[in-house]
Design a protein around this ligand. Structure first.
Ligand SMILES: CCc1nc(N)nc(N)c1-c1ccc2c(c1)N(CCCOC)[C@H](c1ccccc1)CC2
Length: 338
């Protein structure tokens, strides 16, 4: 519709700077769901009314009830998807999905089983993949592709703002069809996506302070709105953590909060530009009963070849650098987030 000059904003909720999600509806009458808009995957799924009551993660979230939707179309094909953290199984259905006021007839998955770890920690119900069609499970046309084929968007791009302060409202914003100048300053620096059909770029190095420490010969970086943290090859991340004096415990790398102000910045060399994260960008400072806990928002993750080894730049990177995902020109743009 022409009320929004071809760009459509969806406000996001920020949960503790680690989960960002927004509302969509599925079915007629509308059934509302909170989903992560995830550039690291390309399928839409929400929990199913028919999920087993023993699947705690399913049972504690909003569930899609096909029998209550007059626009539901039966499909039934099996579905399974694996994330770096967790996997989901279910079956396919088709119904009207509304994102930012734009309706599309969409094939999606009704999840009947979610791995308890870590979906019991999920504040969102499901995932709306914003990745390319060629990474979509079961060859399903993704939501954004269905929206592009309606020719309602000013530009075939979408942009993501993740706020860095849980008290800030909104906690973030997805814009379909353009960017939102309220959330970035300066101009965009663009880089080509490395391989057609993935939101990944060639990274030219990772520096700690002034010293180039990793990926000096070049490596792959995935720009992933569905990840909370930055991940890198486990050996590289463990060296990086040793350099900043972080200790690994059962819930990730921790530093003594007193040392935070002395920590070096970590710089990612992408597309001829340097993107630095300072300590307040990569330390999650939580005041708890037993005292302050400072978690380093980096994780070691070894992705097996041919996909890996890769670095994944997640929410903590996007919160600092407003990101435009350009499907028209197969490129990614970064600008400084406000
Ligand atoms: C969005 C889907 C997805 N997509 C991609 N590409 N990567 C990953 N890792 C995920 C994923 C799957 C499951 C969960 C998740 C993320 N979470 C992070 C939300 C990030 O929101 C931006 C939460 C969490 C809480 C505790 C510890 C680990 C994770 C809930 C569980």
């Amino acid at each position: 519709d022409d009320t929004n000059n071809g760009t459509v904003p969806t406000p996001l909720i920020n949960y503790l700077d680690t989960q960002y999600y927004g509302e969509i509806s599925i079915g007629s009458p509308a059934q509302m769901f909170n989903v992560v808009f995830d550039t690291g995957s390309a399928n839409l799924w929400v929990p199913s009314q028919s999920c087993s009551p023993f699947s705690t993660a399913c049972f504690t979230h909003n569930r899609y009830d096909a029998s209550r939707s007059r626009t539901h179309v039966e499909n039934g094909t099996g579905f399974s998807i694996q994330y770096a953290s967790g996997n989901v199984r279910g079956f396919l259905s088709e119904d009207v999905v509304v994102v930012g006021g734009i309706p599309v007839v969409q094939v999606f998955a009704e999840a009947t089983s979610l791995s308890a770890m870590p979906f019991i920690f999920a504040k969102f119900d499901g995932v709306l993949g914003m990745g390319y069609p060629n990474v979509a499970i079961d060859g399903i046309t993704p939501v954004f592709d269905r929206i592009m084929s309606q020719h309602v968007l000013k530009e075939e791009v979408f942009s993501v703002y993740y706020s860095r302060d849980p008290k800030h409202s909104p906690g973030g914003e997805l814009v379909l069809g353009g960017t939102d100048p309220n959330y970035y300053t300066g101009s965009f620096n663009y880089m080509e996506t490395r391989e057609m059909g993935k939101w990944e770029v060639t990274m030219k190095g990772v520096s700690v302070g002034m010293e180039m420490m990793f990926c000096a010969e070049g490596c792959t970086a995935v720009i992933d709105t569905g990840s909370s943290y930055i991940t890198g090859p486990a050996s590289s991340v463990s060296m990086l953590m040793k350099t900043i004096g972080a200790q690994l415990d059962e819930s990730g790398y921790k530093v003594n909060c007193d040392t935070v102000k002395t920590l070096p910045s970590v710089t990612f060399h992408l597309g001829g530009q340097e993107y630095s994260l300072s300590q307040e960008d990569y330390i999650l400072w939580q005041s708890q009963i037993e005292g302050d806990v400072c978690t380093v928002t980096f994780r070691g993750l070894d992705v097996p070849p041919p996909t890996g080894p890769i670095w994944i730049l997640g929410a903590n990177f996007i919160a600092r650098y407003y990101t435009e995902f350009d499907r028209r020109n197969n490129r990614i743009g970064f600008a400084t987030a406000v």
